[in-house]
Design a protein around this ligand. Structure first.
Ligand code: GLR
Ligand code: MG
Length: 434
C-alpha cells in the first residue's frame, strides 16, 4: 500500500438528515412543502480527510443509506468502483423496502423505480463523497479525477414555477418571490430570475393548469424573452392527443418539450406526429430503459441526474451513450443545496456532448450547508478548480438544519399532503389529467 492509499482508508461515515426551507412551488401532483428533507454525507478517512455528499432525505432512502454506510469503514475512498459490488451484495429484494424498487399504481413524477435505480442512487451518494475525499487527499479537483473538465462554465436555466405567495401553514417560512399563477406572474418571475442570476435559458414547470392556460404563459415568456431558449415540462400530465396539440401550438417557441405524456411508446408517438424534440427525466431514468427509448425514438434530450443515475462517472457513461445514439443532454434537479450543486457542476464539466442549460432549484432555496454558497453569474457557474468538490461544510448550519429535522415530524417529500393542507378534498390527479 502506498502512503496515499493508507491515508485513504475510511474511519467513519455519517449521514445527517436535515430539513430545508422550500417555497410553495406547484407541480402536477401538488405543491412543495414548507420544509423538504435532504441527507448530508461525510466520509472521514484515517488521516482526517473528509469527503462530502448530498442526496435525498426521504425516510425509506435515508434508512437504506444509513445501513449502507455501516459497510464503508475500512474501505478506501480511492475505490468507488467497489461500491457497485457492495450495493449488489447488501441491497437485495429481501433487505430493502419494497416501495423503493416496486412501482405503485399510477404516475410517479420521478420515473419508475427499479433495483438498478436504487443501487445507482445509493452508490452515487457515496461516490460523490469518495471523489471529494480523494480530491482533498491528492490536492486535485474532482474533475481531474474524472479525466479533466471539457468545459469551464456550466450554464443553468431559470427554473420557473407556478407558485403561491405563501404556504398556508401559519408558521411556514416566507420568501419574497410572491405569487405566479398566470402569464404575467410567470413573466415577472422570469424577469426577476434573470435580473438576479443572468439566466440565458428558461424552463417552465407545467402540468398545474389546463394546457391552454399554460400555452398562454409559454407564449408570454417567448414574447417577453424572444432570444432565450425556452422549454416546458408538465411532468407527463397530458394524453398523447393533448401533447400533439400543444407541441403543434408551441412550434417555433420552445427548444423542446419535456415529458408531455407518460410512457416511451407514447412519447415516441408525439415526436413522430410533430417532430418536436422531447426530453425526459421520467420515461428513461436508468440504463435499462435506454435501449427501448432509442429503438422507439421516444426522446431526443436526456436529463442526467447524478443522484439517481449512479454518480459522476455514471454521468460520463450516460453522456457517452447519449452521444453514440445522437441524443443531447440536460440535467434534472430537485430542491437541493450546495453540495449537490457542486457535484452537478463537476458532473456537467466532465460529460462530453451537446449540453442544454442544466436545471437547478438552487435559486429557490434560502439556506445552505456550505460556507460559500455558489453564485450564478450570467446564468452560469464556474467549474471549481479547488481540491475535491471545492466546497466546505458549514457545520453550524448543518447542526441547525438537523435540529429542525429532529424537532419536526416531516420525514418525506409529499406534494399531495402539502396540497391537502389548503384543499382537504385534493387527490393526486390521475394521468393523463388533460
Ligand atoms: O424536471 C422535473 O421533472 C423536475 O424537476 C421534478 C421536480 O420534482 C419538480 O417537478 C418539482 O420540484 O416540483
Ligand atoms: Mg422534468
Amino acid at each position: 500500500m502506498t502512503p496515499a492509499e493508507r491515508r485513504s482508508i475510511i474511519e467513519s461515515v455519517s449521514v445527517t438528515p436535515i430539513l430545508i426551507e422550500d417555497g410553495p412551488l406547484l407541480n402536477m401532483q401538488g405543491v412543495h412543502q414548507p420544509y423538504t428533507p435532504r441527507s448530508i454525507i461525510e466520509v472521514v478517512t484515517v488521516d482526517g480527510t473528509t469527503g462530502l455528499g448530498e442526496t435525498y432525505g426521504d425516510s425509506a432512502v435515508l434508512a437504506v443509506i444509513e445501513q449502507f454506510a455501516t459497510h464503508l469503514p475500512g474501505r478506501s475512498v480511492l475505490t468507488p468502483n467497489d461500491l457497485w459490488a457492495l450495493a449488489a451484495e447488501v441491497l437485495r429484494p429481501d433487505t430493502v423496502p419494497a416501495k423503493l424498487v416496486e412501482n405503485a399504481p399510477g404516475h410517479n413524477i420521478f420515473g419508475d423505480n427499479s433495483m438498478l435505480k436504487l443501487h445507482s442512487t445509493v452508490v452515487s451518494a457515496f461516490e460523490v463523497a469518495f471523489l471529494d475525499a480523494s480530491g482533498h487527499l491528492l490536492g486535485v479537483p474532482v474533475h481531474a479525477l474524472l479525466g479533466g473538465k471539457v468545459r469551464d462554465r456550466i450554464d443553468f436555466a431559470a427554473y420557473l414555477f407556478y407558485r403561491w405567495d405563501a404556504h398556508p401553514q401559519p408558521d411556514a417560512p416566507v420568501d419574497e418571490w410572491g405569487a405566479a399563477l398566470d402569464p404575467e406572474g410567470i413573466v415577472a418571475q422570469a424577469a426577476r430570475m434573470i435580473e438576479l442570476h443572468g439566466f440565458r435559458s428558461l424552463k417552465l414547470k407545467g402540468g398545474v393548469f389546463p394546457p391552454d392556460e399554460e400555452i398562454a404563459a409559454v407564449t408570454a415568456l417567448h414574447e417577453a424573452f424572444p432570444e432565450l431558449p425556452l422549454r416546458f415540462d408538465p411532468n407527463g400530465a397530458w394524453s398523447v392527443e393533448t401533447s400533439i396539440r400543444v407541441a403543434r401550438e408551441l412550434e417555433g417557441m420552445i427548444e423542446y418539450l419535456e415529458d408531455p405524456c407518460l410512457g416511451r411508446a407514447e412519447m415516441a408517438e408525439v415526436h413522430a406526429a410533430t417532430g418536436m424534440p422531447l426530453a425526459t427525466n421520467m420515461c428513461v431514468t436508468d440504463f435499462g430503459e435506454f435501449p427501448e427509448a432509442v429503438a422507439l425514438d421516444s426522446i431526443q434530450v436526456l436529463l442526467t441526474d447524478h443522484h439517481y443515475w449512479g454518480g459522476l462517472r455514471a454521468t460520463q457513461q450516460l453522456a457517452a451513450v447519449c452521444n453514440t445514439f445522437g441524443r443531447s443532454l440536460s440535467m434534472h434537479s430537485n430542491s437541493h443545496l450546495g453540495i449537490s450543486l457542486a457535484a452537478m457542476v463537476q458532473a456537467a464539466a466532465c460529460a462530453e456532448g451537446d449540453f442544454h442549460a442544466c436545471d437547478t432549484h438552487r435559486p429557490w432555496q434560502t439556506e445552505d450547508v456550505i460556507t460559500r454558497p455558489h453564485r450564478i453569474v450570467d446564468g452560469a457557474i464556474e467549474v471549481s478548480d479547488a481540491p475535491g468538490l471545492g466546497v466546505e461544510l458549514d457545520r453550524a448550519e448543518l447542526a441547525r438544519l438537523h435540529e429542525r429535522w429532529k424537532r419536526s415530524d416531516v420525514r418525506d417529500r409529499d406534494d399531495v399532503a402539502a396540497m391537502q393542507v389548503k384543499d382537504p378534498t385534493f387527490v393526486k390527479p390521475a394521468v393523463p389529467h388533460w
